[in-house]
Ligand binder design. Structure first.
Ligand SMILES: NC(=O)c1ccc[n+]([C@@H]2O[C@H](COP(=O)([O-])OP(=O)(O)OC[C@H]3O[C@@H](n4cnc5c(N)ncnc54)[C@H](O)[C@@H]3O)[C@@H](O)[C@H]2O)c1
Length: 323
């Protein structure tokens, strides 16, 4: 079996590729390298192309060995999506449509899709479950929800799917050999570490007056290796189950920005320098997953997602980043 990993040169995709190869699964990566890194997937077969390009996708499917697709390839910056929404609909929605068409052309029936808690919008409950209303508040979240709806309808032509709705992906390979490298970097943990290493100006905490215990936003951080494990389970689940399925992936434990900063200080022994800034528009105070369905149906349990484990692996990567 070959698994085609779209977006496999990116942050989460490259960890997925590593986990699949360690399990003895053949992998081909399809990526346009727009935000991905060739160095993150050394020794892995790579087809460079854009999802929107039918001919490029046909090259990736042509050998006829693809049994399942994992689809990470997307633009994923909320602010950029507000500034340039059409880019997001082209890349994420049209790209996913072209991928579904290619799967139909090449009779590939199993798809695991990277979705996000951004599809829910402002939460109406303490913990967010899969049946929470979908009211995305930015084009990024809207584009992902459109993708989910297309993917759901593709079940009518025999494409089985699992949409995995991640909360906040974090951490790196435990040996620090691959990790998170985005430009610009908008995620909290790499930015705290960059400030610890003096690679970035002091960290700005966006909003210290939220209705949370310490006034800063609460998010649900899940280790990238735990995400990869959920994908591997989803691929197996689709052997036995047709139709379209969705699962939230988070720990159910929210951490505030200040709690993350404290964890970085604990693990690195360096107090990060930070200052209070204004709130960012559209940041809900609290986003925490109810991942009961993933526990019950996929048998998934996070094993690396303690905050100190997340920070220790991210620190190992940031000590010697290769890309
Ligand atoms: N990082 C998170 O916390 C998080 C949270 C929720 C959901 N997600 C989703 O997970 C997925 C991966 O996120 P990431 O942080 O690894 O992002 P990333 O930017 O590191 O990886 C995305 C990869 O897809 C490639 N790509 C993008 N558009 C493409 C296109 N049109 N054709 C071919 N390749 C293309 C990029 O080059 C890159 O290698 C995304 O779909 C994102 O929406 C991420």
């Amino acid at each position: 079996m070959t698994v085609l990993v779209c977006g496999g040169a990116g942050y989460i995709g490259s960890h997925m590729v590593r986990v699949l190869r360690e399990a003895g699964v053949a992998v081909r990566v399809f990526d346009d390298l727009s935000t991905g890194h060739r160095e993150a997937i050394e020794g892995v077969e790579l087809v460079v192309g854009r999802l929107q390009d039918r001919a490029a996708l046909d090259v990736a499917f042509a050998p006829g060995d693809v049994e399942a697709v994992i689809h990470f390839a997307a633009k994923a910056l909320v602010g950029e999506s507000v500034a340039d929404p059409l880019l997001y609909y082209d890349n994420n929605v049209i790209g996913t449509l072209r991928l579904l068409e290619a799967m139909q052309r090449h009779a590939v029936k199993r798809l695991v899709f990277s979705s996000t808690c951004a599809i829910y919008g402002v939460p109406e409950t303490d913990r967010i479950a899969e049946d929470h209303p979908k009211r995305p508040i930015n084009p990024y979240g809207a584009s992902k929800w459109m993708c989910e709806q297309m993917i759901g309808d593709a079940a009518r032509v025999g494409i089985r799917s699992v949409c995995l709705r991640y909360f906040n992906a974090a951490g790196a390979a435990l040996d620090g050999s691959i990790g998170e490298s985005h430009d610009p970097e908008t995620h909290l943990i790499p930015n705290v570490l960059r400030s610890v290493f003096g690679l970035a100006p002091d960290l700005v905490v966006h909003g210290t007056d939220y209705p949370t215990p310490d006034g800063t936003c609460i998010r649900d951080y899940v280790h990238v290796l735990d995400l990869a494990d959920a994908h591997a389970r989803a691929i197996e689940f689709l052997r036995e189950n047709d139709g379209a399925h969705a699962f939230n992936l988070g720990t159910g434990q929210g951490l505030s920005v200040l709690e993350v900063i404290a964890a970085v200080e604990r693990v690195s022994s360096i107090p990060p320098r930070w200052r209070a800034g204004v709130r960012r528009p559209g940041d809900p105070p609290r986003l925490v997953a109810d991942a009961t369905r993933a526990h019950q149906i996929l048998g998934w349990q996070p094993r690396h997602s303690g905050v100190d484990q997340i920070v220790a692996s991210a620190l190992a990567w940031h000590n010697q980043p290769r890309y």
